[in-house]
Write a protein that binds this ligand. Structure first.
Ligand SMILES: [Fe+2]
Ligand SMILES: [Fe+2]
Length: 297
């Protein structure tokens, strides 16, 4: 990793640069995910990758001591979260984070134009983006299976929250683009911190630790590209607003998932989001992801 190869994600860009970057991203995303399988909300290359993981399963050497603690608390926390061990908290936290993503993309999938009705490059990008998010949800499910949790049900949120998620993709761009960008950034922050937690909690389970990292990397590499792509929707005023939104957004979202505050330092995560600039992205990820031209030095 070089020292300063990249500028802040909040760096300025011109309208012309953003047009060129959308074209460039569109080329990238088609080869990255492979053919869009729209009826299955899937992408050919990503499907093959997930199938590889399923065909070569890795499981815990020592099964979870108390899977009931997971199943009792994964949809709604019933116990005092402080009474749960860190691994259980990590797994219920993963489920809750993934569940929010899943609800959001289900709602958006029915609202945004399908590929046949996507005429602008932005619309096409957004369709493939959503298909990638469905792949992430499957990868998260595979993470839980890797830890022996194969009875997980994907439950809808409360009707009010489901309604809010359904309205979000209907908002005009000037309202939707900044929170959509900050949400992607929040995802990357969480995944970077989660990656480190695998090392902390799974030193006795090296095979599972490494498999969880492989599964998470598939997601993180996409999400780093999404951060740049969603940033590319935003002009000079919006990018200033986005920077201001990091703190309230991270605070609000993570308050809803008590596990996150117990496992991670949310203030550090906020600082991380505000300072994000791609320099911390390891080379093996840079090689497979996408970075806007105006974020490169
Ligand atoms: Fe995602
Ligand atoms: Fe994303």
């Amino acid at each position: 990793m070089g020292l300063s190869k990249y500028r802040s994600i909040f760096s300025a860009s011109t309208g012309q640069e953003r047009i060129e970057n959308f074209e460039n991203y569109w080329t990238f995303t088609q080869q990255h995910g492979g053919q869009l399988l729209e009826a299955e909300q899937d992408l050919a290359k990503k499907r093959a990758r997930l199938q590889y993981f399923k065909d070569h399963p890795v499981r815990l050497r020592k099964p979870l001591a108390n899977p009931d603690a997971f199943y009792r608390n994964y949809v709604t926390m019933k116990d005092d979260p402080k009474s749960l061990d860190q691994l259980t908290l990590m797994l219920t936290g993963i489920y809750k984070f993934a569940r929010h993503e899943w609800v959001g993309i289900k709602a958006a999938w029915d609202v945004v134009p399908d590929m046949a009705n996507s005429h602008s490059v932005e619309d096409k990008i957004s369709r493939v983006h959503l298909a990638e998010e469905f792949c992430h949800w499957r990868l998260f499910d595979e993470m839980l299976r890797t830890c022996g949790l194969d009875q997980v049900k994907w439950e809808p949120l409360t009707p009010v929250k489901e309604w809010i998620y359904q309205q979000f993709p209907r908002l005009p761009g000037f309202l939707m683009d900044t929170p959509a960008f900050v949400t992607e950034l929040m995802g990357v922050t969480y995944y970077f911190h989660l990656h480190r937690l695998f090392d902390d909690l799974l030193h006795d389970e090296p095979e599972v630790r490494d498999r969880l990292k492989e599964l998470l990397d598939e997601i993180t590499i996409d999400e780093i590209a999404h951060v740049g792509q969603r940033r590319n929707f935003i002009g000079p005023i919006g990018i200033w607003i986005s920077r201001q939104l990091v703190k309230p957004f991270y605070t609000l979202f993570f308050k809803d998932i008590p596990e996150i505050g117990l496992l991670f330092d949310i203030n550090k995560m906020i600082k991380h989001g505000e300072a994000f600039d791609f320099n911390e992205v390891p080379d093996y990820m840079v090689a497979r992801t996408w970075i806007p031209s105006y974020c490169k030095v």
